[in-house]
Design a protein around this ligand. Structure first.
Ligand SMILES: [Zn+2]
Length: 475
């Protein structure tokens, strides 16, 4: 599907809409409708009462610009972790955060694109929306989505995606009136982000000039493998003595060359990790600069301060961490902790830093609260406009299934069986606990060991017991 494949204009509707039930995402029988209507009616009243204090007048409702930096881990973003001495990868996000809010302990509930986006779009964790866990790889049509609610409430909605997983095949673009599958254009020059953002601006400013409000979702893929940033940007991050051969090898590192590393038959040297990380940093910096230019244009057009801007990662990336690369088979901090910056003058502003644990499923209720849309009951996420409360960040990942067969075919004689299990994880703001379905477990004290290099699980102890209990509780 290309740019011209649009679905009809959204229908007019009141700003505040009735939430639908989430606890039983299935089609209702005719006999059940009466009961369901009564339940929804009660939920509407409760939601109206909760939301009334924060509802804005229609005239002041914001545009929404939600940008996913695909495959971006928080600890390589200077806006998140400047104090660790990493290079300035994200000066433009730092500029955004200086008048917005940065969330320095934000986690994704899914370890790869599909479940993470489904959580972003629904406010539910993967075990609820089912995109990933159990391999039921389609977002149930009864689950309300961000675009599906914003559209009928008066927002023009468009999805600009460079990731083929964010498409119709998995049901993730349901509700958008326009879907640009930018990845379908094989001839597009790299990096893709400038052309992507030009399309976003063209559409969004068109909506604005026509007197409308927009919700633009953008998925940018620069930080995803292979790491092939523009050479001038790469030169700012590479070691000065990196040889052309070393750089070429790192630029060519991509699936399936990643598999021997994953399987342990090839170990990346510290030097290889340094160069891969430098190129990865340069990809983030390339995207950061392009996002900055897009925000500059919105500011010049007088739109930026009327726009809720949200920039996040969908998941991170292993760069040799835990002997792993890319983002399969892992729910470690390198995969689950993502950047998150929000800005809306008057609501999310002041250059504040929120250090408490938040999660990507919190984005939808936050957006709905700021847009005057009743937050559906039963979400896993909570609005980030409320008082910060002690929370745990849960994560899960389904079993890889036939992907193991693909590994066996690509690496004859390999044994990928240790990756056969599903994974679950919980992080409580200090300890990060990961367990697979066979009971194999890992525990890290993130405060003392942010790189998660010292597994505390073999030693047992009270923290292990506590975190096991948290994961068993599930929420
Ligand atoms: Zn992704």
């Amino acid at each position: 599907m290309g740019e011209g494949d649009l679905i009809p204009e959204p229908r007019a509707a009141p700003v505040v809409r009735a939430p639908r039930r989430l606890s039983a995402p299935r089609r209702l029988s005719a006999r059940a409708v009466g009961f369901a209507a009564a339940v929804v009616g009660a939920a509407v009243l409760a939601a109206f009462a909760a939301g009334a204090a924060c509802r804005r007048s229609a005239a002041s409702l914001p545009n929404v610009l939600l940008i996913v930096m695909d495959t971006t881990r928080a600890d390589r973003c200077s806006v998140m972790d400047a104090a660790t001495g990493i290079p300035p990868t994200t000066p433009r996000l730092s500029q955004l955060a200086a008048t917005g809010v940065r969330f320095t302990d934000a986690w994704t509930p899914g370890g790869w694109t599909a479940p993470a986006h489904a959580s972003l779009f629904t406010g539910l964790r993967p075990d609820r929306h089912k995109v990933d866990v159990g391999r039921r790889m389609f977002l149930d049509e009864s689950v309300p989505t961000m675009a599906g609610e914003l559209g009928p409430a008066g927002w023009r909605t468009a999805c600009f995606t460079n990731n083929e997983l964010v498409g119709a095949d998995l049901g993730l673009v349901r509700g958008f009136e326009r879907w640009d599958g930018l990845f379908l254009d094989a001839a597009r020059p790299y990096p893709w982000c400038d052309a992507t953002h030009a399309k976003v601006l063209d559409w969004a400013l068109g909506v604005h000039r026509a007197g409308g409000r927009f919700f633009a979702f953008v998925n940018d893929m620069e930080p995803h493998l292979p790491y092939t940033p523009p050479e001038d940007v790469a030169a700012r991050f590479l070691p000065p003595d990196a040889t052309p051969e070393e750089i070429a090898e790192a630029r060519a590192f991509d699936f399936p060359k990643t598999l021997p590393v994953m399987l342990g038959t090839q170990v990346l040297t510290a030097r290889q990790r340094t160069i891969l990380t430098a190129l990865y940093d340069a990809e983030i910096a390339t995207l950061d600069a392009s996002i900055g230019r897009m925000l500059d244009t919105l500011a010049q057009e007088g739109v930026l301060d009327e726009t809720l801007v949200i920039v996040c990662g969908d998941h991170g990336e292993n760069l040799g961490d835990h002997g792993l690369v890319e983002h399969r088979f892992s729910l470690h901090r390198s995969i689950r902790r993502v950047p998150l910056v929000m800005r809306l003058p008057g609501r999310l502003d002041g250059g504040r830093t929120v250090a408490s644990v938040v999660s990507l499923e919190d984005v939808l209720p936050t957006v709905f609260q700021l847009c005057g849309i009743a937050i559906p009951p039963g979400l896993d996420g909570v609005s980030l406009l409320g008082p910060a409360a002690a929370r745990d960040a849960f994560g899960s990942q389904g079993p890889p299934g036939e992907f193991l067969d693909r590994m066996r075919a690509l690496v004859p004689g390999c044994d990928p069986s240790r990756f056969a299990s599903s994974l679950r994880a919980v992080y409580d703001g200090r300890f990060d606990y990961v367990r697979d379905e066979t009971g194999r477990e890992e525990l890290y004290d993130v405060a003392l060991d942010p790189a998660e290099e010292r597994d505390l699980a073999p030693a047992g102890g009270a923290e292990l017991t506590r975190m096991r209990s948290k994961l068993s509780g599930g929420r």
